[in-house]
Design a binder for this molecule. Structure first.
Ligand SMILES: Nc1ncnc2c1ncn2[C@@H]1O[C@H](COP(=O)(O)OP(=O)(O)OP(=O)(O)O)[C@@H](O)[C@H]1O
Ligand SMILES: [Mg+2]
Length: 521
């Protein structure tokens, strides 16, 4: 068949579909009530007549002189516009080159599930997590009507299934309305739908934690961490200051706009292992109701991949880089000679197609800083970036200067005051005769982390009553004290012969061994 005849055939089908579509609109509940059955039949007949007429016009247009064909084409356009007075707007689930889930689609879905679930006959029910609510939404190919001011509209949920794979479905909502309502629908109704949808989504939102285990792509799961600022044990004043800072940031859109600064803030959490850095990040996410992006820098191959990942993050989120000193070489020189050599080696490996995971990350400090300062500010708002480290002194001052890491928070060893909060939370004890002994042990600079306090106070079996837990804790404190005394003794022994250069070397080596020993213990 010639292509022109094929197009004629499709034109005919198109007009028939329009005619049937018109009839099916009439079948929706609201319109049914308004339009009598006879009128529906008239429309259907008229639709078929128009389709046949169009078919004849199309044949004529193929075999007539150019001028006549032009007139027929114009007439056909006029007829189409007047015989099918409806406008359709499609809102697809995935858009753009990267096929990101469309915010508009999500808002329409939320709006329709809340506003039309009482009138929809076929619904689907979904529950994202075991603790979240059951969310009802329109099932596929379902139609619902809605009214806004004096305009009647119809929503249809539909999907396109790829011929290559049935798993590759593209869902979309189609909004149909009479063209006389064009202004009100495009200017006010859609705005109203998106606004209401956003509000509903805020209420239903289940937070997510994203991670880039596969390198350049985020994968996510539901974020359900029970941490809160109430259960974090630290200096009360410092805690309040952090909470206020976070809440001020969340409310700060207008302020950031006014001062011409991107709406983002950097936090640096530092302190020994087990002092609550990761727990605090979870508490921050819970307080602000933000998503978490846990960025594993060692899995990122290049600065370009890092940028791609960060640009894909959404607003209302915390981007976390844990143990940054272990992920990057951050010791001051941003690009050392050895690093340059490694770069060459890496490029060679890439050329050979040997891009193994064992090869270390090629993300550089300057790549990270460039993003935080440059592109970072331009793409997206309302993001916190939180960096953690056990060794703040190892970090390049350029990374942690104000503007990049605006707030520095030190988390440290547990004090007696902190222990009392743990005892209240874990054992429901406000006071106990063993507290004096504990206070005495803790006063002598016994460095015990909150993680160790929590572990020792936690009952391990039904036989563990509060006394037993406190005894466990006293044992742990005594052990820490003995270890500290042994390491101090060893250090002071090494200091004495430290006059000659050989002795200096020996001291350095022993110190290193003890440091490693302490770290491991
Ligand atoms: N300040 C704290 N308040 C309450 N619990 C704490 C605190 N610090 C640590 N914990 C407890 O110790 C456990 C370990 O803490 P967390 O993982 O947050 O430490 P961290 O500082 O991130 O350690 P690392 O530096 O090794 O990553 C937590 O599950 C929590 O129960
Ligand atoms: Mg941690």
């Amino acid at each position: 068949m010639k292509p022109s005849l094929l197009s004629l055939f499709f034109t005919l089908i198109n007009y028939n579909i329009h005619a049937k579509g018109l009839a099916s609109i009439m079948e929706t509940q609201k319109m049914k009530a308004m339009v009598p059955a006879r009128l529906t039949q008239t429309w259907t007949t008229m639709g078929s007549t128009i389709a046949s007429f169009m078919f004849v016009c199309a044949i004529l247009s193929q075999y007539c002189p150019y001028e006549l064909r032009h007139i027929i084409r114009r007439f056909r356009r006029w007829l189409k516009n007047n015989s099918y007075p409806y406008i359709q707007i499609a809102i697809h689930e995935f858009t753009g080159e990267k096929m990101r889930r469309s915010e508009a689609y999500a808002c329409v879905e939320a709006y329709l599930s809340s506003n039309t679930s009482k009138t929809t006959q076929r619904l689907k029910a979904e529950m994202e997590t075991e603790h979240s609510n059951l969310v009802l939404s329109m099932d596929e190919y379902e139609r619902v009507s809605d009214a806004f001011q004096d305009a009647e509209v119809e929503w249809v949920s539909s999907k396109v299934v790829s011929t290559k794979s049935t798993r590759n479905e593209q869902r979309f909502y189609k909004l149909k309305f009479h063209k006389r309502y064009r202004e009100v629908i495009t200017k006010s109704y859609l705005e109203h739908v998106i606004k209401q949808g956003k509000e509903i989504r805020k209420g239903n939102r289940t937070r997510r934690i994203y991670t880039n285990c596969s390198g350049y792509k985020w994968s996510h799961t539901v974020f359900e961490h029970p941490a809160s600022f109430e259960t974090i044990v630290m200096d009360e004043e410092k805690k309040q200051e952090i909470i206020e800072d976070l809440l001020a940031f969340r409310k700060g859109k207008d302020y950031y706009d006014r001062i011409g600064k991107a709406w983002k803030r950097g936090y640096l959490l530092y302190g020994p292992p087990g002092t609550g850095k990761s727990t605090m990040i979870a508490a921050m996410a819970n307080l602000l109701n933000y998503d978490v992006y846990d960025l594993e820098l060692t899995a990122v191959n290049s600065n370009a991949d890092l940028r791609k990942l960060l640009m894909e993050t959404t607003g209302k989120s915390i981007i976390v880089i844990e143990d940054i000193d272990c992920s990057l070489d951050l010791t001051g020189q941003r690009k050392k000679k050895a690093e340059k050599e490694e770069d060459k080696c890496y490029e060679k490996k890439q050329e050979e197609g040997n891009n193994s995971n064992s090869y270390s990350s090629k993300v550089t400090l300057s790549g990270l800083l460039n993003f935080i300062d440059g592109l970072w500010s331009a793409c997206g708002t309302e993001r916190l970036v939180v960096v953690t480290t056990n060794y703040v002194e190892k970090l390049d001052p350029a990374l942690i200067r104000t503007g990049r890491m605006d707030k520095h928070i030190e988390l440290s060893y547990c004090t007696f005051k902190g222990f009392k909060v743990f005892a209240k939370n874990y054992l429901n004890l406000e006071t106990h005769q063993m507290f004096d002994k504990i206070e005495e042990l803790m006063a002598r600079e016994t460095k015990i982390t909150p993680a160790d306090v929590a572990e020792n106070l936690m009952p391990k079996s039904s036989l563990d009553d509060p006394e037993r837990c406190l005894l466990n804790f006293i044992h742990a404190l005594e052990e820490v004290k003995v270890k500290a005394a042994t390491s101090n003794k060893a250090e002071s022994k090494e200091i004495e012969p430290a006059k000659g250069s050989k002795a200096m070397e020996k001291l350095a080596a022993t110190n290193l061994i003890f440091k490693i020993f302490n770290y491991l213990v």
